[in-house]
Design a protein around this ligand. Structure first.
Ligand SMILES: [Zn+2]
Length: 473
């Protein structure tokens, strides 16, 4: 837990209403990170009379509080003391509510993380019916030093805490605390300090399982926060729950920015094939439509595979699609939307000489198949319909470095050629070794294409041409 201290606290009051009733005593046990406990308590002058019934219950009489400081007098030092602490109380809503009100009247707004020991007890011992302090004293063999006085009751909570820590498995205690505090609880197989060092910077994280098998690779501009989000107490996602159960080790790589993280993530997913990353696209089936003229001068879309054609350099390509079937259904949808002719597109056979296409009969083709629309009009409409899917050709003469910097000391150069990511350099020496190993004509890569075409369109990166260095004329 990342609290500087725990404060076990109890209040005595003139009644149960936090707005109209007043505090008569505050007792607390303050425990620092090393486990050292300090106690503090004070009677509080409520500036109103204490009902006889309450005097009988707590033993705090009007006479006792008459000379005590008022809450306003105690407030500044108490407020200071509570900063950065986890506020722990039995029926915490009561004590927290009273204190917040009192602080607010004293002109000191107060907020704190709160843990209720009733809820804690209920979560840890769900079969027990009673969770009041007397029941806990008996169940856990606590040693009361007086009852219904603030410090004595606060001390009972501290005793309870120590007892639970001693007797319960650490994982169980911790995960119940985390869920009560709405904090992420760490997976049970993960070392408790496993996330302490993860920085909140851009980068990529890797989850490994029991035998070091890669489970999942992810990226974020805020690594630490993203990793923790996998372990939310309520596990909304089944995938995250499975991940948590299998996770044994976390690795991470910092990057200078988002683009570097995206590129590295895509590369690691390809290299490691983690079992929880979605099924990988097989580059072999990757395809696109290419507009070509046939022998009669008609413009036809022809299905083209990335494995057969260099997508980074071919023009008039539209896509991308992970399978031929998806490519075909996408084109049919476009045809329907834009009232294009499937016969003209070569996707439907003609019923007979000069017979119209099927859609013409439904008034859903503009009639290029029966001479009612000029072929050049149809071609222009086809190109317009496909425009959104246009694959940009690699716009540079060859290899380039894309410069991404968080600040002057943290600069990265992503080396890219033909929409293919070759690696990231953090120094000139890195850069040279990347250039030496770079393939002359790397194959088109869909993930890099998507990441970079977006980044380049937004002008997110500075570009340094590298081709001149590697291929002197
Ligand atoms: Zn038609």
């Amino acid at each position: 837990m990342d609290f500087q201290k725990l404060i076990f606290i109890d209040l005595e009051t003139t009644g149960a209403n936090p707005v109209s009733d007043r505090i008569t005593e505050i007792g607390l046990v303050e425990v620092d990170a090393s486990g050292k406990a300090v106690t503090w308590s004070s009677l509080v002058n409520p500036e109103v009379s204490i009902p006889a019934f309450i005097q009988g219950l707590t033993g705090i009489s009007n006479a006792m509080v008459q000379g005590a400081p008022t809450f306003a007098q105690l407030a500044p030092a108490l407020h200071e003391r509570l900063q950065g602490a986890l506020f722990i109380a039995h029926n915490a809503r009561f004590d927290y509510g009273f204190l917040r009100n009192a602080f607010s009247e004293a002109g000191l707004p107060f907020r704190s993380d709160v843990l209720c020991t009733v809820k804690l007890s209920r979560a840890l011992f769900p079969l027990e019916k009673k969770h009041n302090l007397d029941a806990l004293i008996t169940r856990h063999d606590l040693q009361p030093d007086g009852r219904h006085r603030a410090l004595a009751d606060a001390d009972l909570l501290w005793q309870l805490w120590q007892k639970l820590q001693r007797t319960l498995p650490e994982n169980q205690f911790q995960s119940v605390l985390n869920s009560l505090l709405q904090r992420p609880s760490l997976p049970s197989h993960l070392a408790s300090d496993a996330i302490d060092k993860i920085p909140d910077t851009p980068g990529v994280y890797l989850f490994y399982g029991e035998n070091n098998e890669p489970l999942y690779v992810g990226k974020s501009v805020r690594l630490r926060q993203r990793v923790l989000s996998h372990f939310n107490a309520d596990h909304k996602l089944y995938k995250d729950m499975r991940l948590s159960q299998q996770l044994h080790r976390i690795e991470w790589r910092q990057t200078a920015g988002e683009i570097g993280a995206l590129l590295l993530e895509a590369q690691l997913i390809k290299d490691l094939q983690p079992i929880h990353n979605r099924k990988l696209r097989r580059q072999g089936d990757l395809c696109a439509w290419r507009l070509q003229e046939d022998a009669r001068g008609r413009t036809l879309p022809v299905l083209t595979l990335a494995s057969e054609q260099d997508f980074g350099h071919a023009d008039r390509l539209y896509g991308l699609f992970s399978t031929k079937r998806k490519a075909e259904s996408a084109l049919r949808e476009l045809a329907e939307l834009h009232q294009l002719c499937l016969v003209e597109l070569g996707m439907e056979g003609r019923a007979g000489v000069n017979k119209p296409c099927f859609a013409w009969q439904l008034h859903q083709c503009k009639g290029v198949c029966v001479g009612k629309e000029d072929a050049s009009f149809h071609r222009a409409r086809l190109e317009a319909a496909l425009a959104k899917l246009h694959i940009k050709t690699w716009p540079y003469a060859g290899m380039v470095g894309l410069i991404e910097a968080r600040d002057e000391d943290d600069m990265e150069v992503h080396v890219v050629n033909n929409w293919c990511y070759l690696g990231t350099a953090r120094s000139e020496a890195d850069l040279w070794s990347l250039l030496e190993q770079a393939p002359a004509r790397p194959s088109f890569d869909i993930d890099t294409y998507k990441i970079l075409s977006r980044a380049l369109a937004r002008k997110q990166l500075r570009i340094r041409p590298l081709q001149a260095i590697t291929q002197p004329e």
